[in-house]
Design a protein. Structure first.
Length: 123
């Protein structure tokens, strides 16, 4: 199998996803199973990957998806907790107060530059 064909086969699931999602405007819940089947068929027949490895990779992908969703839902929960406790309003008010003074805006940059310069002098 030529290198160009291998590159096309490796890129084809991304191409199918782009065509279905962007070109045909399908929802992801309908397009992604098709992309999964295309990728699995390419792995099975073009790369001669064993079916057990494809199944194991699918299960591993489900666990990784669960981990990512857990992080996203945790971040949304934290954001909503901060909103309802009033912490977001406090942070917003502090940032507005800080934006008014040019001296306060420059001070973190200056202190960072000074500390970096001092670290450079010590070495």
């Amino acid at each position: 199998m030529s290198l160009g064909l291998q590159a096309f086969l490796a890129f084809s699931p991304i191409l199918v996803a782009a065509v279905l999602l962007v070109g045909l405007r399908w929802p992801a819940r309908r397009a992604m199973p098709i992309v999964y089947v295309v990728a699995a068929l390419i792995a099975l027949f073009a790369w001669q990957v064993s079916p057990m490895r494809v199944i194991a990779s699918t299960i591993q992908g489900l666990f990784i998806t669960f981990d990512i969703l857990l992080i996203i839902f945790g971040a949304i929960l934290l954001l909503n907790t901060l909103k309802h406790s009033g912490a977001v309003a406090v942070i917003r008010n502090l940032s507005k107060a800080r934006q008014g003074s040019a001296r306060l805006r420059r001070s973190p940059r200056r202190s960072w530059l000074r500390s970096d310069f001092r670290r450079w002098q010590r070495s």
